[in-house]
Ligand binder design. Structure first.
Ligand SMILES: *[C@@H]1O[C@H](CO)[C@@H](O)[C@H](O)[C@H]1NC(C)=O
Ligand SMILES: *[C@@H]1O[C@H](CO)[C@@H](O)[C@H](O)[C@H]1NC(C)=O
Length: 367
């Protein structure tokens, strides 16, 4: 999104929406023949209109004008076709109607993602290589009390802040034994940390940011407040309300984990949940299961938290056990598997292994 301000972008939206919808629909049309042969029959009994009605009721959607309603219905229909296409490309997951089904891919990317498509900072410390021979076959930080409940970033591109805070909450738990929910809004309002080597590459609240820059900010600021003392509002406030005497957790150091899957697992087991980048295109239609698309871009556009892994997800097509990562997302508990995503391990699927960072917390005096 560069340095273009959000208000300027809003004026562009009507044209963007229109072109996005048109191109989406036309590219979908070619797949329809193939899809009709594969989608289970019962599906056709539910007309798109009926499904749209269910969608509006389930997610409390209302549209202010008839034009808006009709436009959203056309987007919804395009997304139904997209979900079927995703189902074909990703048979071990279930794709369908989600709370994002009335958004074009461009709107979804703009309002619910927010990872700056940047490289990792050149000066980032590299995590030491850890032994990997004694790793457990299954591991889930939720079973060990290191993970707060799933949060909701709302329509704000602040995923990077949720990813960084999720990792810090875990690291703080490992250091202190206390699980404390911490403030994403502090980062949205106060963190304007920049990559020293790339002009304009700075954390920008709802317009995106980077987890390693967020750790750098927390390190410099001295720490973060609790969620309760600096609550999330899901928009750019424009001013920083951080109060140093309310700090609840501080960063000791952070480092970047190598691309190696076993190193990622070893760092997670040893240091707690990790901040990771991912390509979220399949997440707009994801409902449950282990996502393992045959084709998925590795352009990272979303920040999430890696909290565990499993050895045996069920893969209906390939009839074999499929190891997966357990990902905590920030789109509320109604999305995915109670707010979580499972993605297969072993292929850097959707770039999940490409941008992984770990943070260490130090005990702060004010608890
Ligand atoms: C900061 O927090 C302290 C401790 O709760 C409080 O006494 C003080 O008034 C706060 N400062 C501001 C500027 O809100
Ligand atoms: C990071 O901080 C932790 C906790 O203070 C410390 O144990 C660890 O050695 C540090 N790691 C590096 C690479 O400096």
């Amino acid at each position: 999104m560069g340095t273009v301000s959000r208000s300027a972008l809003l004026f562009l939206i009507p044209t963007l929406l229109f072109s996005a919808a048109v191109s989406d629909i036309s590219s979908d049309e070619s797949d329809d023949l193939l899809i009709r042969q594969v989608v289970p029959e019962g599906d056709d009994l539910l007309s798109a209109e009926h499904q749209f009605g269910l969608f509006k009721a389930k997610f409390g959607k209302t549209y202010s004008t008839v034009e808006e309603h009709d436009y959203r219905f056309s987007v919804f229909e395009a997304n139904l076709r997209r979900a079927r296409r995703h189902q074909l490309l990703d048979p071990s997951a279930v794709h369908g109607v989600t709370r994002f089904s009335d958004l074009t891919p461009d709107e979804f990317r703009r309002d619910y993602l927010g990872l700056k498509p940047l490289r990792l900072p050149a000066d980032a410390q590299k995590a030491p290589i850890l032994p990997t021979n004694d790793l457990p076959t299954d591991f889930d930080w939720r079973d060990h009390g290191a993970v707060t409940p799933v949060k909701d970033q709302g329509s704000c591109g602040s995923c990077w802040s949720f990813s960084a805070i999720g990792a810090l909450e875990g690291a703080h738990f490992l250091t202190t034994g206390n699980l404390i929910s911490m403030s994403e809004q502090q980062l949205v309002d106060c963190d304007h940390e920049c990559d020293p080597e790339e002009y304009g590459a700075c954390d920008q609240g709802c317009n995106g940011g980077l987890m390693t820059s967020a750790f750098e900010y927390i390190l410099k600021a001295g720490g973060v407040e609790r969620e309760e003392t600096y609550p999330y509002i899901g928009s750019d406030r424009g001013s920083c309300k951080f109060n140093k005497s309310q700090i609840v957790a501080s960063v000791s150091n952070f480092s970047v984990v190598s691309l190696d899957e076993d190193q990622i697992a070893a760092n997670m087991v040893k240091n707690g949940p990790l901040a990771v980048g991912i390509n979220a295109v399949f997440m707009q239609t994801y409902m449950k299961g282990v996502s393992c698309p045959y084709i998925c871009s590795r352009n990272l556009d979303h920040g999430v938290v890696l909290v565990g892994y499993g050895s045996a997800g069920y893969a209906p097509i390939r009839f074999k056990e499929k190891p997966y990562w357990i990902i905590k997302n920030s789109w509320g508990e109604s999305w995915g598997e109670d707010g979580y995503y499972k993605i297969c391990r072993g292929h850097n699927a959707c770039g999940v292994d490409s941008m992984v960072s770990t943070v260490a917390a130090i005990q702060t005096t004010t608890q």
